[in-house]
Design a protein around this ligand. Structure first.
Ligand code: IPM
Ligand code: MG
Length: 364
């Protein structure tokens, strides 16, 4: 069986971290005989430079043909002066929307080896294992009308629309409840229903759905309180479900709890289990080309890809264990370095994960 993976390195550190993730994917492919075949495509600024479009049609066509997509990161100051529809970020939003990748899973797991790298006290974050389920193709990111207009008095006004249809809430709610069922069965829905109608409906629909999942303990928090609770006592959470914009913000907060956003993978899934896998972090133009970026979030995204889209949970766990062993050995990229550890660059980190995979395979 052939499994086709489309690789979209993207911009800035994107190609550096993807190179390492591909090394790991190729190693695991050999080890587990997965039949993975790689294709490459352009997205973001890289695509804009070549095709004048941050999400060209042939990228979309290859993405539709693929069993899964591995994405690095897009964007950078090189393209900041372009109008919004041409910006690299618009390419990312377009591929998410075109493929209807509505369910964004962002796990924040604290590796015990990194407890000292978090900005929070070790006892607050030790053992942390939470999952943010973010709606990814609706809400204020996509709502129409939107724009910047000139009012009668000559003043400019920017405006966006925050809306969620019941069906959109139900489909993300289903993913969240089902994910909670296979975890600790606790789900917290995050809204701003004290102010925003779109989230009054959100809360109502999620509450109605709870009847179908009697084993899941459902709670609700306003987004401001959720942000506070995440840094006060993050271990109170198991699964959080929220809309596009709140999920964007809360997932960066959750990421930092674990020591570095450089450790956080993500999966963006469609209704059928197809998906795009990418690190939660951005394209880090400030360190691009230096070979110092942390590739582990992208490598862990490969593990999520194997688990959710390529039907190989065993190989996913094998990668996750290899990452853990590399951390045990004290290897750290700059973002997670603490006293007494050994600093390595992007390529050395990727090689170290591959070496652990090979060492584990030799033991079998
Ligand atoms: C993310 C990013 C994107 C988002 C940007 C790059 C458009 O911040 O994936 O979290 O806001 O969704
Ligand atoms: Mg973000």
């Amino acid at each position: 069986m052939t499994r086709r993976v489309l690789v979209l390195p993207g911009d800035n550190i994107g190609s550096e971290i993807v190179t390492e993730a591909v090394k790991v994917l190729e190693a695991i492919n050999l080890q587990f005989d997965l039949g993975v075949k790689l294709d490459y495509g352009l997205l973001g600024g890289a695509a804009l430079n070549v095709a004048g479009n941050p999400c060209p049609q042939d990228t979309l066509d290859s993405a539709r043909d693929a069993d899964a997509i591995l994405l690095g990161a897009v964007g950078g100051p090189q393209w900041d002066h372009f109008e919004r529809r041409l910006r690299p970020e618009s390419g990312l939003l377009r591929i998410r929307a075109e493929l209807q990748l509505f369910a964004n899973l962002r796990p924040a797991i604290m590796y015990p080896q990194l407890a000292n790298a978090s900005s929070l006290k070790p006892e607050i974050v030790a053992g942390l294992d939470i999952l943010i389920v973010r709606e990814l193709v609706g809400g204020i990111y996509f709502g129409e009308p939107r724009g910047i207009r000139t009012l009668e008095n000559g003043e400019r006004e920017g405006y966006n629309t925050y809306k969620y249809a019941e069906s959109e809430i139900r489909r993300i709610g289903k993913v969240a409840f089902e994910t909670a069922m296979v975890r600790d069965k606790r789900l917290c829905s995050v809204d701003k229903s004290n102010v925003l109608e779109a989230t009054i409906l959100w809360k109502e629909v999620i509450s109605e759905m709870a009847a179908d999942y009697p084993d899941v303990e459902l709670s609700h928090l306003y987004v401001d309180n959720a942000a506070m609770q995440l840094v006060r006592e993050p271990k109170q959470f198991d699964v959080l479900v929220t809309g596009n914009m709140f999920g964007d913000i809360l997932s960066d907060t959750a990421a930092m709890l674990t020591g570095s956003i450089g450790m956080l993978p993500s999966a963006s899934l469609d209704q059928f289990g197809g998906g795009m896998y990418e690190p939660c972090h951005g394209s880090a133009p400030d360190i691009a080309g230096q070979g110092v970026a942390n590739p582990l979030a992208t490598i862990l995204s490969v593990a999520m890809m194997l688990r959710y889209s390529l039907g190989s949970p065993d190989s996913a766990s094998t990668i996750e264990h290899a990452v853990s062993r590399v951390l045990d050995r004290g290897l750290r990229t700059a973002d997670i370095q603490t006293a007494g550890t050994t600093r390595v660059g992007t390529a050395k980190m990727g090689d170290a994960v591959v070496a652990e995979l090979q060492a584990a395979a030799a033991l079998v």
